[in-house]
Write a protein that binds this ligand. Structure first.
Ligand code: KG4
Ligand code: ZN
Length: 339
């Protein structure tokens, strides 16, 4: 079954052609980083306009790269949420228009569920259920118990900033470009992670919830002083930036490590499936390799951690196979979807 995936939840316009939910024939991602960089974060209105401008070109490119034409496509899968409402509508309406005009069934899928599916695209045979899903992205920090594909229980999520958002905001404090995650990781390579005693937040009586806003504020106070008291024109030294980056990264990921280990033990999970842009981080992978040897970890392959449409096509195929029910033209985009 040939599935065309479409993704436009935030600042990537993406399309992909996938066979039977596994074999990726094309995975075209048009990033809008250039557009949002000067603002230090995603500007929703600009994101929408760019999606409108290029979505059909991206779809055409995905078909061309896969060497297929529309008449060979059996199903269109599209991210219906969560995400920015305007951005979502462009992908969803594109899928609806293509479905209606070309008479191809279409199905809407949950972007977060697709992030988890990304790591299963090649290796689902080895995954032991129940498994623990860990989604770490610019918009989400979520621990999910995966009983089966489509059968989930949300165990915890962030009560304030998402982990990727915290990386981006800390990068901004350090005068680093957007997106901040890769920049912090690079700087941290040469930093001393013990230099600053940063700590992730604790959410009372919710052991699997996360909080990162206090951690971000601790970085802000270190750099600017409380009440902006350190307002000098002297830029931070490279060494100080490296140490702050390393200390922040280590604190943020210590919360992910400890809560994942605790949840995996409590719910009897041996397999942990990671998804989302932050899982691109090699320090995080090494941390789990060394500190969580009891767990078998599954990470998205190259090109599948950041937002992409291959994971949407893959999950769409599985969902269509199990439910055998396309969506109607009345399907709505959802800015948030609960598990
Ligand atoms: O999953 P994604 O592409 O978009 C959302 O659905 O949000 O994730 C983007 C986020 C950004 O916040 C970015 O800074 C972060 O992932 N990110 C990283 C790394 N690469 C991307 N964070 C930490 N380390 C990285 N290497
Ligand atoms: Zn995402």
């Amino acid at each position: 079954m040939l599935v065309l995936g479409i993704e436009s939840t935030c600042d990537e316009t993406a399309a992909s052609v996938v066979i039977d939910g596994k074999k990726i024939l094309s995975n075209v991602i048009s990033s809008q980083i250039d557009l949002h960089k000067e603002f230090g974060g995603v500007v929703p209105e600009l994101a929408c306009r760019r999606h409108v401008d290029i979505i059909l070109k991206v779809v055409d490119e995905a078909l061309k790269e896969a060497k297929v034409t529309f008449d060979q496509i059996d199903l269109i899968a599209v991210a219906k949420g969560p995400g920015l409402i305007g951005a979502l509508l462009i992908g969803l309406n594109t899928a609806k228009a293509l479905s209606f005009s070309l008479n191809i069934p279409y199905i809407g899928v949950n972007h977060i569920e697709a992030h988890l599916f990304a790591a299963m695209m090649n290796e689902s045979d080895e995954i032991q259920l129940p498994a623990l899903g860990v989604v770490l992205s610019g918009g989400h920090t979520t621990l999910i118990l995966i009983k089966a594909l489509g059968d989930y229980e949300m165990l915890g999520q962030t009560v304030d900033d998402a982990i990727g958002e915290a990386f981006d905001k800390v990068a901004k404090i350090l005068d680093l470009p957007y997106p901040g995650g890769p920049e912090i990781e690079k700087l941290a390579l040469n930093g001393d992670k013990k230099k600053y005693p940063f700590k992730p937040g604790v959410v009372k009586q919710k052991p699997y919830h996360f909080s990162f806003s206090g951690l971000k504020t601790a970085v802000l106070y270190t750099v600017k002083g409380q009440d902006n008291s350190k307002t000098t024109n002297t830029p931070l030294s490279l060494e100080m930036k490296q140490d702050i980056a390393a200390s922040f990264q280590s604190a943020a990921f210590s919360a992910i490590l400890s809560k994942t280990k605790k949840a995996a033990a409590e719910y009897g999970c041996r397999s942990v499936i990671f998804g989302g842009g932050v899982t691109n981080n090699n320090y995080l992978k090494k941390l789990f390799e060394t500190e969580a040897q009891e767990l078998k970890t599954f990470w998205p392959k190259d090109g599948l951690s950041l937002d992409n449409a291959a994971m949407i096509a893959g999950l769409g195929y599985e969902k269509f196979k199990s439910e055998n029910k396309p969506d109607g033209l009345d399907l709505e985009a959802l800015t948030s979807i609960s598990f």
